[in-house]
Structures are given as structure tokens and as C-alpha cells.
Ligand binder design. Sequence first.
Ligand code: SF4
Length: 361
Amino acid sequence: MMQIQTTENKDLNTLPAKQNLLALSFEEVTLFLSRLGWKRYRSEQVLSWIYKQFAADFESMTNLSKSDRRLLSEKAVLSHLKVVTHQKSSDGTEKFLFELADGKQIETVLIRSEKKRRTLCISSQAGCTLDCNFCLTAQEGLKRNLRVDEIINQFLSVQATLPDEESITNVVLMGMGEPLANLNAVTAACERMISPMGLNLASRRVTVSTAGLIPQIKTLIAGPVSVNLSISLNATTDEIRSRIMPKVNRLYPLKELMAACRALPLPPRRSITFEYVMLSGINDSLEDAARLVQLVKGIQCKINLIPFNAYPGALYQPTPDGQILRFQDWLHQHKIRTTIRKSKGRDILAACGQLTSEFEN
Ligand code: SF4
């Protein structure tokens, strides 16, 4: 008999006592339920409860009969993240520290911006595989990759705390970790985010950020999941990039990275966002701006300037606002689309580069 493997590479024929439905793809959920004798439309009902109505357990799936709910509870579970702390910033940003089943901790940030935009910044690893030295997460080192259910659960857990009239509209994989170092789980999670059977977000509202892992960028762009790509550039010379992002720049120096970007078969009307953290006296001169113009020449892109968010013990200082504006002005004069990221959640250390499982023992 053909053996069927799950996304976690487990054999569905030798399942654990209870199967975590969030660890399964949609097809695997359907297969699992068919083994219980359920028709296909019933799996659509269950998936709708999980991904559209954010049901926390089987008991709340009220269009299933009581006996079916009992059977599901005997055979399956929906995994959860434990909330360790939940902080709210004066600007409406919220930071969640979650504990995973093995005790590792991760952070997720909800950013409220103009109108009804609600952006969730999701973690893809506990700690990080890279060592960017302007980033607090890097100090933890890599603890482990997150599984697909742990990535998706960050969305489900935060959405469950919001009132009915408030929905997460955008997702950025820019929390703790290098998403493309956990490519399979990240791709599977993105698929569930944009699928009409899943969270049904528009694909242009989901962004995967990377420090510049070239092979994985190529795999992501060539794959079936079409999401936005954002690359942390942060320097215009190898000397500076190797100083502030040593590991990734040693693997993939600037010239190679930009050549790879130039050759990417981007879908029509898609562009790459280059993130650029502004570090005072390090990468923020007008000479840097001029080099940046040359670096991105021929690439359909936008530059996002990020004011550096200091934290206790940080090696760098933020660039003064006036210099950020001059830098932006230079790029505008050279017809490069450039935005300045509004910093959110600084008072609760939820801003970009400030994430760490600081409560961990
Ligand atoms: S900036 Fe991103 S990739 Fe670099 S160490 Fe921090 S979390 Fe990892």
C-alpha cells in the first residue's frame, strides 16, 4: 500500500495517539478525516472553523454533531501557543511573548497603522541562525526552526485576542529568525495564509524577509507561493556589510546578491523591497546613498529606510531624522521609490531589531 507522508514527514498510517490538525496541510486534513469515514465537505467545515472562524477547540465547531466533535477530540488536537506576556504600547502596538511546547519562547508583534491596516510581524525561528550585530535576536543564537503549526499559530493566537470587527490584514515574516533558513515551514505557512481555504490573505499582503540567502530566494521565487520579497541590505559596501551582517555577507557578498536580484523572474507588477537600517556614521552618508543608487540599478525595487531602534547594550546609534530625510531625498532625486518606516512599539521593545525572548531562563 502506498504510504502517505505528512508535511512533517510522518506516516499518516502510524499517527500519534492524537493528530495535531494544524501540523497537516489541507489535503492531509481531508485524508485524515476520510480515515474516520468523513466525507470531503466535512473537512471543509473543519478547515473553515480553524482558519476562518479561529475556533480554539473542536467543541466550538457547532455545525458538527456532538458525537463527531467527541470523535475529533479523541483522535485529534489543535495545538496552541501559551501566552507568557502580552504588552501594549502607547501607539497601539502589541507584543506577545509565546511559549512553545518545548519551553522555547518567541515574540510576535501586532502593528496598528493608518485606517484598518493591522500588520502581524511573525517569527520563523526561536533565536536566529544569523548574527547581524545591530539586532537583539542575534544575541540568542539559533535555538531551533519553528514548525508550520507554530508559525500559523502566531496568527491564530493574536487574531483570537482581537474584537470581531478587527482583523489582521497583513503579515510580515520579519520577527525573530531568518525565514529562508526555515524555507519549507515558511513556504507551507505562506501557502495557508494566502489560500482561499486558509486565512485567505491577498498574496501582496504577505511579505517574506531575508538577510539575503541567494539559493533560497531563488527557490522561493520559482516556487508556487507568490508573496512579497523583502531583503535586508543595510550597507553599500562589502566592508560595512561584513561588519554589521558578517555571516550572510561572507556567504553571499553584495555583488552576488545584487546580481541574483537582477536576474530574479519577478511576477509582473511585483518589486523587491530593500530594507536599510540607518546606523549613525556607519551607512548613512550621501556617499552611501549614491552607491545605493548604483547597486539597485536595473532592479524593480523600493527602498525602505528604517530608523535604528536602540536597545540596552546596542553597538550603534540611530541616524538623526534630518540625515534620514537627506538620504531619502537623494534617492528620490535619482528616481528610487523610497519610504521611511515609522517606528512602532519602541516603548515595549517591539520595534524592528528589538525582539528577543528576554523572559527566558
Ligand atoms: S536581523 Fe534578522 S536575520 Fe539578522 S540576526 Fe536579526 S533576526 Fe536574524
